[in-house]
Write a protein that binds this ligand. Structure first.
Ligand SMILES: NC(=O)c1ccc[n+]([C@@H]2O[C@H](COP(=O)([O-])OP(=O)(O)OC[C@H]3O[C@@H](n4cnc5c(N)ncnc54)[C@H](O)[C@@H]3O)[C@@H](O)[C@H]2O)c1
Length: 401
C-alpha cells in the first residue's frame, strides 16, 4: 500500500449509514465505529415488517436496533454508534427530517443501503412492485436533494446491484461503456437489462445519481454489488446478540445461504431450472471492505463512479455442488433437485463482468473455500431447530405459466 493510501485510511470520518438495521448495514456500522469513525444510523425498520408479512424471519434471533446499539456501547469495542432521536426515519417519505439530520451531523460520507432489496418481493403483486420502486427511487431522490441542499461536498456510497446489467452476450463493464455508432464515439452509461422490478428500481437510482453528479456536481460511487453470502463479520462475533440478519427463505434468502440451510436441515438443495445462471458473489466481510475502500477514496466533485462489487463468479450449480461436497464430508445426506425456475432468466449464458476497480484500490478478497462453507454450516447447525421448512420453496413466480 502506498503512503498516501495508508494516510487516507487513518483519517477519521463522519459517516451516516442509511439502512443500518439491515443484513449489511448493521455490520457496516459496527465496522466503521470499531475503526474510530463517527457513525450515525438511520432506518425505518420496514424490513422487519416485511419479514413478518412473508414469514421470512432470519435464522438467528436479532435484538431490536436500539438494543444492539446499547450493547455495542457496553462491549466497548470502538466508538459509540449514534442513533438520532428520530432514529426510525423513512427516507422515502420524510424529506424534512432527513434534511435536518444531514444538516446537523454534516457527514463526509453517506452509505446508502436503505432500500427494499428483494427481487421476489417486488414481483409478488402490483402493490409490492409499486412499494419497492417508490421506496427505493424516492428514498434516493430525497438523499440526493438533501445532499445538494446541506452537504454538497459529501460523498454518496450507494448500493446498487450487478443484477442491473442482466446477462448480456457481451462483457459487462464497470458502469460505463465506450461505444462507436455510425462513425462517432461516446462514453455512455452501460445499457441495463434488469431482472425484476426491484432491479429496475436500482437502474432508475443509477440514472438519477448520475444526473445529480453531472448537473449539481455531487460526488457518488454506485457499488454494483453481487450476491452476498456469510453470517459473521469480526464485529458480529464479539457478542451473540450483535448478530446480523441471515435469511434463507425464498423471498429474502440468497442462493448460497439457502443451500447451506437446506443441507443442514437434511432436505434437497433446490436449484432453479438448469442452474447454469452465473452471477458475481462476495463474502459479507468483503462488502465491508469494499464500502470502506469507497468511503476512504471518495469520488471527485461531479464524478459518478461505478464499481462492480464482487470477488468471484459462480453458476448456481457450482454453488450447489460445493455445498453438497462439504455437507457430505460433515456426514449430512445431501441431494440436489432441479425445480421449475420461478424467475424468467437465461439458465445458460455468457457471463464476463469486469471487477478491477476495487482490486486496484486494495481489495483483498475472502474467497469461497470449502472451509468457509463448512464454517457457515456449523453456525447454521446451531439453529437447526429454528429452521422453518415451509418458507424455502419458491412461491413467487415471474409469470403464471
Ligand atoms: N444482500 C445482498 O446480497 C445484496 C446484493 C446486492 C445489493 N444489495 C443492496 O444492498 C443494500 C442492503 O441490502 P441488505 O441485504 O442489507 O438489505 P436489508 O433489507 O437487510 O437492509 C436494508 C435496510 O434498509 C431499511 N430501509 C428500507 N427502506 C428504507 C427507507 N425508505 N428508509 C429508511 N430505511 C429503509 C430496512 O428497514 C433495512 O433495515 C440494499 O440496497 C440492497 O439492494 C444487497
Amino acid at each position: 500500500m502506498t503512503k498516501e493510501k495508508s494516510k487516507k485510511r487513518e483519517k477519521k470520518m463522519r459517516i451516516i449509514v442509511l439502512g443500518g438495521d439491515g443484513y449489511l448495514g448493521w455490520p457496516t456500522a459496527m465496522h466503521f465505529a470499531r475503526k474510530g469513525h463517527e457513525v450515525v444510523i438511520l432506518d425505518n425498520l420496514s424490513k422487519r415488517r416485511m419479514e413478518e408479512e412473508v414469514a421470512g424471519e432470519p435464522l438467528f434471533r436479532r435484538p431490536t436496533l436500539q438494543k444492539r446499539v446499547r450493547l455495542w456501547r457496553e462491549v466497548k469495542f470502538g466508538r459509540e454508534i449514534i442513533l438520532p432521536k428520530l432514529n426510525v426515519l423513512d427516507i422515502a417519505s420524510n424529506y424534512g427530517a432527513l434534511l435536518d439530520i444531514l444538516g446537523e451531523f454534516k457527514p463526509q460520507a453517506i452509505v446508502h443501503y436503505a432500500e427494499q432489496p428483494s427481487a421476489p418481493y417486488s414481483m409478488i403483486s402490483c402493490a409490492r412492485a409499486v412499494n419497492t420502486e417508490v421506496n427505493n427511487i424516492a428514498g434516493t431522490l430525497n438523499v440526493l436533494h438533501a445532499m445538494k441542499n446541506v452537504v454538497p461536498e459529501a460523498h454518496l456510497v450507494k448500493l446498487g446491484t450487478m443484477g442491473e446489467y442482466g446477462t448480456p452476450d457481451i462483457d459487462i463493464e464497470e458502469g460505463w461503456i465506450d461505444i462507436e455508432h455510425k462513425g462517432r464515439k461516446a462514453r455512455m452509461l452501460y445499457p441495463k437489462q434488469p431482472g425484476s422490478f426491484y432491479h429496475a428500481s436500482k437502474v432508475a437510482d443509477s440514472v438519477n445519481i448520475e444526473f445529480a453528479c453531472r448537473v449539481w456536481g455531487l460526488r457518488a460511487t454506485d457499488l454494483n454489488q453481487g450476491v452476498v453470502y456469510g453470517i459473521d463479520t469480526p464485529e458480529t462475533k464479539l457478542h451473540p446478540e450483535l448478530v446480523t440478519s441471515f435469511h434463507y427463505d425464498a423471498v429474502f434468502g440468497t442462493a448460497l445461504n439457502r443451500f447451506i440451510v437446506q443441507a443442514v436441515a437434511g432436505i434437497p438443495l433446490t436449484v432453479y431450472g438448469k442452474g447454469g445462471q452465473k452471477r458475481g458473489f462476495l463474502n459479507i466481510m468483503d462488502t465491508l471492505q469494499c464500502v470502506e475502500i469507497a468511503v476512504m477514496n471518495p469520488a471527485k466533485e461531479g464524478e459518478f463512479r461505478v464499481f462492480n462489487q464482487f470477488t468471484e463468479t459462480f453458476s448456481v450449480m457450482e454453488l450447489a455442488n460445493l455445498v453438497s461436497r462439504v455437507a457430505s464430508k460433515r456426514g449430512y445426506k445431501v441431494s440436489i433437485d432441479h425445480i421449475k425456475n420461478p424467475r424468467v432468466e437465461k439458465e445458460e449464458h455468457y457471463y464476463n463482468a469486469v471487477n478491477s476497480a476495487l482490486f486496484s484500490l486494495g481489495l483483498k478478497p475472502h474467497l469461497l473455500t470449502e472451509e468457509v462453507v463448512d464454517g457457515m454450516m456449523q453456525k447454521a447447525h446451531l439453529a437447526v431447530k429454528d429452521i422453518d421448512l415451509s418458507v424455502i420453496s419458491p412461491n413467487v413466480f415471474w409469470r403464471r405459466s
